[in-house]
Design a protein around this ligand. Sequence first.
Ligand code: AMP
Ligand code: TRP
Length: 325
Amino acid sequence: MRVFSGARPTGRQHLGNYVGAIQNYVKLQREHECIYCIVDIHALTSLEGAEEVSHLKGNIREMLLDWLAAGLDPEKSILFVQSHVPEVMQLHTMLSMVTPLSWLLRVPTFKEKVHSQKENVNYGLVGYPILMTADIILYKGEIVPVGEDQLPHLELAREIVRRFNHLYGYTFPEPQAKLTTVPLIRGLDGTQKMSKSYNNQVDLASSPEETVERIMSAFTDPSRKYRRDPGHPELCNIYSLHQFFTAGRVAEVALECRSAGIGCVDCKKLLAKGINTNLEPFRERRRELESRPDYIEEVLQEGACRARAIAEVTLSEAKMRMGLT
Ligand code: AMP
Ligand code: TRP
């Protein structure tokens, strides 16, 4: 079964991306053929004008450096940029004709965008999940490692696939989301998901000092006002990170928090230390990769070439099914 996933070129990746998605990208490489895509066309749905798009190139580079340093191996997986394989735009248009508008208007992320970018509610935003479906099925991806926030998109992708197969004959397998054990990481503000757009993130490539500073500024269990109050790990965004970065001591942390044996300051210090220890090899590899400026270009060229070979075959098949010979 083929694995496909995508992520928007937001630049440096944060702990949410890593814990929610990238660690699964890396694991799946061992057993499957994997394709990972940097979705620059999707990014355009939230960018406007020459100044804003001028950051795409740098963001793609920063993101790929993080992916490679985290263990993605271009010898094993195909790593490429969405717009380098333009076949996806044709499949997107074709899938638009099999997707009822009512399905798209119900998507929660679309409704959120209508509020958060009122001044730029473009047509591409409505079609965002169709483009995402086209990404996956152009490569007949069946396993899709993503964070929890992407589940509504994946559900819609499955509906579009079912409808296509029903109307035109079985062509595409239904993609399945694959979550990690901690599929949603909240940001330092403790309320929203960790995201660059909320500036509540800790970047993987931060220095150890920056990591400590960011973690120490985090909100914790809101019901724990004083040091003597018992805490509720299940309500605390710091605890969800402990599950990943301080795994060996997570039961102890939960117990100490509930009994007020440990205060939030010490708990955060422990977490920052765990993150820095865990990410030391990542940061070392990233520094090495940064010193090889041409390498990123080579990986992306090779990736686009391999991806395109698969995309061309699927697109011809889909065109034939839809009578476009
Ligand atoms: P994005 O940067 O929003 O394109 O997301 C790339 C991948 O990381 C997707 O699979 C997301 O579901 C995942 N992801 C992003 N933010 C988080 C988060 N705060 N917690 C868990 N997963 C996340
Ligand atoms: N919508 C995803 C996000 O915001 C990115 C994405 C685009 C994607 N195409 C995809 C994820 C295909 C998985 C599969 O993170």
